[in-house]
Design a protein around this ligand. Sequence first.
Ligand code: NAD
Length: 333
Amino acid sequence: MKVVAYSIKSFEKEFLAKANQKKHDITLISNPLGLETTRYAEGKDAVVVFTNDDVSRPVIEQLAALGIKFIATRSTGTDHIDKQAAAQYGIKLANVPHYSPQAIAEHTVALALSLNRRLAKAQEHAQHFDFRQEGLMGFNFYGKTVGVIGLGHIGQAVANIFTGLGCLVIGYDIAPQPELKNITTVTLEELYAQSDIISLHTPLTPGTRHFINAAILKQMKDGVMLLNTSRGCLINTADVLKALNSGKVGYLGMDVYEHEKGLFFEDHEHDAIKDSLLQDLISHPDVLVTPHQAYLTREAVQQIADQTIKNLDMWQQSKCVGKACICAKNCRA
Ligand code: NAD
């Protein structure tokens, strides 16, 4: 099958090659998918994308006109894809339903520990042979309450690690949950009121966009630590910045950013970045920003590559990708 894969980073190539074993003829492109780059899909059967690719209606219309029948995203999150438009143009969709939740969970906890123990600042000082301890005071995680919102694969993996640190983990999920080891399920109001640390693990949907906002922040403990390794738009970032400046939020660990599209995954050191919100966050002493790298372990990247190739195989063989299908309802082949 002829495939074009967008937003390919150099480190991904060996993992994709190992998974593909030359079965599919895949053109690897470092550019993101967008209106200007759909031309690379000419003559292909399928397109492979990543989280910050533009898979909106106008792009889908162009891909459909080029004869594309299948789009596979190398991610769990699917909020970047207009599923209704794809269904309308008869394009089938697949994702990587679950890969190594531990990768994202470990990064989430790494953000929490680094923020608390000021590791970035300590390293920066050490590079100048400044070994003073002023400004490096942290707190024990042991005995603290962690609130996990979204108790799916990643949320549960996060809960397990925090439990290992001696935290009490409480959690909330919109779907009824079976009894979960290590997690006491509570209402959202209870979670906000009781948590010292709050970690977000829901997908981005119309219902979760900006669900952390000024009104919700008021319900949280003073000095709460917020962790977001899920999707930037879950948080109203401007509201959280205000809360950081007032001390309501004590720490923010963010692997994802509301306006990351076109910024993250690329080097902008020599560009004039006009995003003052991001500038303020990056320079804030209580904020740690990482570039959507929570998934970035060897194990996870191999699993993503393996599932993506499996999706191409399955679609080629039977036009059905089983559990990886993210098509809008009733459109399975
Ligand atoms: P999952 O489907 O296993 O779990 C998501 C959970 O969120 C489900 O239990 C669902 O019921 C719950 N949920 C949905 N809406 C909710 C709401 N309004 N309130 C409370 N709970 C709600 O998914 P997962 O594998 O745990 O992944 C979660 C998210 O993590 C993905 O959607 C993706 O956006 C993000 N992610 C980020 C990275 C990264 O590198 N930063 C990597 C993978 C996934």
